[in-house]
Write a protein that binds this ligand. Sequence first.
Ligand code: 5AD
Ligand code: SF4
Length: 366
Amino acid sequence: MDSKFQVSLEKAALQHHLSREEIILLLRAQPGKEQNELFAMADRIRERYQGDEVHLRGIIEFSSYCRNDCHYCGLRCSNNNINRYRFSVEQLVNASCQAVELGYNTIVLQSGEDPWYDADSLSRLITEIKKKKNVAITLGIGERSKEEYRQLHQAGADRFLLKHETTDAELFNKLRPGTSSDKRMQCLRWLREIGYQVGSGNMVGLPGQTLESLADDILFLKELDVEMAGIGPFIPHSQTPLADVPNGDLQLTLNTLAVARLLLPYCHLPATTATGTLHPEGRQMALNCGANVIMPNVTPYDYRQLYQIYPNKAGSTDDPKQSLKKIVSIINQVGRKVSEGRGDTPKPSFQIKSQNSVFLNDKHSN
Ligand code: 5AD
Ligand code: SF4
């Protein structure tokens, strides 16, 4: 094995810090000795900092309406070939109660960017759910104003998932017409300032994405000091402009996850559904190279096939009970156990660490 590779790997494990060049070296890990060592090291760091428990986050996809037109996503607003649905507040409370009854300690409320739900109705919903049980509530509803983010946090939302998707601003702006990388970064800063536990993350295998930009993704996640980072492969959807682009590479996705674990030892890293969609054992592989979270689908059966961000999503033909059973069996297969807690990550209040930060300097005063 290349001695530079070995040196970088050991440095990552000891210092949890690498230069962009060193990250790229690890991202290039080849199947065989290099990857085995990288994955074993990431697994060791996961065990040391996170233990053997795997946190479950029950995800409810409550609206497939989206005002955005992302080139990679089947829910893009110009896709007229899908049946869209939107839960009433009552349906959403019922689905959340089912998740609570199944034992979930975190509920993730996920949707396209759908302004139909205003901050008042979402706040009422959060209050209703919290009355039943003190579950952690994560929102994944896209970009909103700072005031709305604040209102939802005050209503009881604990966490917010907003993937940065890619740190390559040009690529971001091209693939997400009408939105901008700058605005995304601003939303992430707002979420931090307000006091959410913040989740972000990126796709692997977007057309035009380079190893340099993947390294920047990891450096960005580190700089933002995220509590969770979702790293998953791009999977083409036939009704999008990226229909003919190949899948993100499984090995590169796992390398990215493993390097993220080395550099972000305290961060929750899910074995993503996209990784499980790309390969039947994808989530087991992810759990063995750094992941410590799985997000089972709790969307009622009748709706989950309609939430097609990408095709053949793992678990899309199961109901909430079956999904849970399958995920528990995946966790047991790799010799780990399901966490019984909420899996919070207490953090000191956010500080921008470097005034010369590439990503987080506030170009927009608010
Ligand atoms: N393949 C993989 N992941 C995708 N997402 C959207 N479209 C795709 C795709 N084609 C991810 C994005 C988004 C999340 C909801 O789903 O990262 O943030
Ligand atoms: Fe909408 Fe999100 Fe899909 Fe973009 S990725 S079209 S914002 S659901």
